[in-house]
Design a protein around this ligand. Structure first.
Ligand code: GH3
Ligand code: MG
Ligand code: MG
Ligand code: MG
Length: 313
């Protein structure tokens, strides 16, 4: 049974904490059948700045994992009717959940449980009762490391946009998801018009600034659930979940006009403007990731041939 340690209660009364004041953020999922523990953890984690969701059993945890994107999961082993091990299997089979940082919260000290959990892919194993400060520090460390690894593996260093590897992975996962739970899904292929002329006329550094400017504008113009990635040199792709082809066309037409009217980058010498051409493909059942992207790419080439600075569906 979980108990708050006397030291902790003492600290809480003083409103203090051992560790540094955190500016923590992230969405955490606490899965435990112990109501008291869950609500205690939730209130402490929320004070640290996290967003917290709770599940009391494996089925409701699965439901939340399908509906939300979490940064970290805390999982109790001893639950009924299904145990925490059942959720382990579920997480490891799903491409989008496989690498989700996972801390096991267990009442069992058995070596066998610990060893099994780490082989199954747990990042940490904390036994109950625990002191909140220690758990909080473990969460913070795990989140920081996983964000860093994610950034290095999945972000383009020049623009900060996601890279092609991440896009392909997420797009495949999204296709898997809409095959199971039907919903609209569109992708957009964007290519800057006559970008070579910018490099030739003003130099590579200005070209780089322009790429950064466009990436920022794209990121500002889409929803949080949309994905912006740099796919190649001066090519960007967007993944737009819950968005049909015509809605994507309206969005892209709006972005096209914004870019056409904007100063995308500036330095002491000058202000730089660009246009882009884009192609959209709405995913339909049976289309592979490659086929879908090829269609968007082909629509983009048609837009080029029709005179550039336009978007085609
Ligand atoms: P189009 O309208 O037909 O797309 O013409 P374009 O000039 O944009 O097309 P092209 O594919 O011929 O040229 C793309 C250029 O993008 C060539 C390459 O030098 C430049 N480029 C690719 N990656 C980078 C980069 O990271 N930084 C800079 N500054 N330029 C890049
Ligand atoms: Mg339990
Ligand atoms: Mg190109
Ligand atoms: Mg181009």
């Amino acid at each position: 049974e979980y108990e708050v340690s006397s030291k902790e209660l003492e600290m809480e009364k003083r409103g203090g904490r051992i560790g540094p004041k955190l500016t923590a953020s992230g969405r955490l999922l606490v899965i435990d059948d112990d109501d008291v523990l869950r609500s205690y953890l939730r209130s402490r984690l929320e004070l640290d700045g996290y967003t917290v969701m709770e599940a009391a059993d494996v089925e409701s945890a699965k439901k939340l994992l399908r509906e939300w994107k979490f940064d970290l999961v805390m999982l109790d082993l001893m639950m009924s009717p299904q145990s925490g091990y059942d959720l382990f299997e579920y997480l490891k089979e799903d491409a989008t959940l496989k690498w989700l940082p996972l801390i096991v919260l267990s009442g069992r000290e058995d070596l066998q449980d610990k060893v099994q959990c780490f082989y199954l892919g747990a990042d940490d194993y904390v036994t109950k009762p625990f002191q909140y400060e220690e758990l909080s520090a473990r969460i913070y460390g795990l989140l920081t490391r996983s964000k860093n690894v994610e950034n290095m593996a999945f972000r383009d260093p020049l623009t900060g946009a996601y890279n092609r590897r991440y896009f392909d992975h997420q797009f495949s996962a999204e296709i898997q998801r809409v095959e199971r739970y039907p919903a609209p899904l569109s992708v957009v292929f964007i290519d800057i018009d006559r970008f070579k002329q910018i490099n030739d006329a003003y130099g590579h550094a200005v070209g780089d600034m322009v790429l950064q400017g466009l990436a920022h504008l794209l990121q500002r113009s889409v929803r949080g659930s949309d994905l912006v990635a740099r796919y190649g040199g001066e090519e960007f792709v967007l993944m737009l979940p819950a968005t049909g082809g015509h809605e994507a066309l309206r969005l892209m037409e709006d972005i096209r006009q914004q870019v056409h009217g904007a100063v995308i980058a500036r330095d002491e010498e000058s202000e730089y403007r660009i246009t882009f051409s884009a192609g959209i493909c709405e995913w339909l059942p049976g289309l592979s990731r490659e086929e879908c992207l090829n269609r968007a790419d082909k629509a983009m080439y048609d837009a080029k041939h029709q005179g550039r600075n336009r978007v085609l569906l």
